[in-house]
Unconditional design. Sequence first.
Length: 565
Amino acid sequence: MAPTKRLMIQQDQPSLQWDRSWVTEMQNRIDQNGPWDDWQMYQLAYEAEQAQLIASFDELLCLKHIPQLEPMAHQIDTARRVMHEMRGRAILADEVGLGKTIEAGLILKEYLIRGLIRKVLILVPASLVLQWVRELNQKFGIPAVAQKKQYMWEQNDIVVASIDTAKRDPHREIVLNMEYDMLIIDEAHKLKNKKTTNYQFVNQLHKKYCLLLTATPIQNDLSEIYNLINILKPGQLGGLSHFQSSFVVDKRIPKNEDLLQLELGKVMIRNRRSDGGISFTKRHVRNIPLTLSEDEQALYDGVTNYVKGRYREGGGDIVSALSLVTLQREVCSSRDAVFVTLVNLFKKTAVDSPLRAEIWGLVEKIKSIQSNTKADKTLELVQEIGDKVIIFTEYRASQEYLLKFFKDRQITAVPYRGGMSRGKKDWMMDLFRKRAQILVATEAGGEGINLQFCHHMINFDLPWNPMRVEQRIGRVHRLGQTHDVKIYNLSTTGTIEEHIVSLLHEKINMFELVIGGLDVILEKIEKKSSLESHLSKIILEATNDAEIKTKLNEWGEAFVEATKG
């Protein structure tokens, strides 16, 4: 038995073979001197190591990887501070036109290069989705995509979408179940109210790093900044009751300002145009007073009498003051704008009310108006300019009127307004950039979009709030604008417009002088009521034009004093 067993073991033993082919390969490498010490291979290895070296702790690696972009000093400094002082959670609150998007792109690129993030969600207004995607793709080489299909939330690493899309079913559940390395939110001031669905949705998102972008972190109430910071770093300012007792006298008036500024400085960066080192082209402002036609003036006078009568009957209610003065402002814009409001007012008025006859009498006056003084002047300016122009109006009806007005005269004009889908807004912007001479925009065009390729702007109607005027101008007068910007302000003499243009231009001087901290100045003078409410009250309670001028001069002086503080 034993010999047989030994035989079986021998049969199971593997046969060994010697492979000496490597000897030949090694001899070839020895003969050819490499490639381990080939000079080109060495150079490549050396460059690869150099690219990964960090010379100092504060160095931004991303600057070597964006040859098509040359960031400004304040943008680089902001990116460094967010990285090293704020640990990737910050409010970027630069004034309009200073490049908050560039700063966010630098921070995003830096974290990507360092391998600290992969999954990124960027939430922006619907009209800005493609603009963000283009900037990240072209300027930073970041493969961001616009969310279009449901599968893209999970399949793509860097997604740009609107909050409305993200919070809507079936997207909501997918997004809330994701773990994001970085969350970026543009126009973040829209999250100021913690009771809104937008705020609650964003607050539930799982994020490691977070950037909030807004030029107006505080608009009406100090609790707004508390709510924004609570998204970034819950508890940074303590509980709401602690924050209010420590830092708030009234919703618009802070206390312990130095300590509050210190706390805000830990999470918020605000660069201002007045800081120096930031170069802009010049602004050239032309105020154009216009005289209404007899029929237009008769309508304005009729509306003014109606408005003042209703205000006195209402006991000087501040809410009614705003809505009543709007009627006067609409007359100054176009008959179409005031017609829509008067007809709606007529429908809401009781059938047996004597006001119905008064309102209908104003509607009858509208029928006699055959032309629009402002539109005629706008046409003259457009022909004189002979280049692309953006026209801002406060009212949708005036926008529609202007579009038809230009179409009838074979001038290509396109609209831009809130309520348009994201795709249509992008389409309108492309048409304006490539084909149309005119973009007629309502207030939706005063926020977010970049129009550096245009340097002529006509304010068909002027907002009363200087911040809103500055937002409009910031669409064209911003970093990247290579031409001086020309601004034309239309106003009708003998109306409230004349007073407001005088206030904004002569007293505040906001068109020639870009005021750093305009929002802060407004906070100082808006302690009891909003600017619009205060001005409406002045106009409705004055007995004549001279009294209006006196009171507006006093308000202008208060503004000037606030700039000194």
